[in-house]
Ligand binder design. Structure first.
Ligand code: ZN
Length: 182
């Protein structure tokens, strides 16, 4: 075991948490996954994936933009820092497998996904919010380049909850990479 691997500042008056200048909350893992499970039950898989897709892409882009402002790091460095920090916050162990800044392609491997931990081996991919995060990361990377404005798609290629040894996400421009919920 180790100590909290991300810096946290707590406002004495409000009790609000900040990590590297961005507001954070600490919530039970099971609760966060309950939200996704309940949404699937109530609205269906497709609608739930769409909901998480928009929210997660935006969340990723905003985090990266804020981190760029704070640190002054280049976009590729910010993107790498994003997956480092998401890992440090206990969402799973992310590792960038390949990144092509010019074509806007990104592949990210994940071990110990929070979704797999809560869903178990259910025979389908369950980490689709992370596929959207990877797509959001490419959108951030593409901003300010010739790829800016291109439609970016992301998918979970394989998932531990579907019998694989790890989860793998791919994102890039074009419609051949469909959003994965299956
Ligand atoms: Zn997965």
């Amino acid at each position: 075991m180790t100590k909290l691997p991300v810096p946290v500042d707590i406002d004495n008056e409000s009790g609000a948490w900040m990590s590297e200048g961005q507001p954070m909350i600490l919530i039970p893992r099971r609760f966060w996954v309950f939200v996704q499970k309940q949404a699937e039950e109530q609205f269906g898989l497709v609608a739930t994936a769409e909901l998480f897709n928009h929210a997660t892409r935006k969340g990723t882009r905003v985090w990266c933009e804020q981190e760029e402002l704070r640190s002054g790091a280049c976009r590729e460095e910010v993107l790498k820092r994003y997956f480092d920090r998401v890992s440090a916050r206990g969402m799973g162990r992310f590792a960038i497998k390949s990144i092509d800044v010019d074509t806007g392609h990104l592949a990210v491997e994940l071990h110990n996904s929070i979704y797999v931990a809560e869903y178990g081996n259910v025979g389908r991919c369950v980490c689709y919010p992370f596929a959207s995060a990877v797509a959001g990361a490419v959108e951030y990377l593409a901003g300010g380049s010739t790829l800016s404005g291109a439609q970016i798609s992301g998918q979970e290629v394989c998932c531990e909850a579907n019998g694989h040894s790890h989860c793998l996400f791919e994102a890039g421009p074009g419609k051949n990479l469909e959003h994965s919920i299956g």
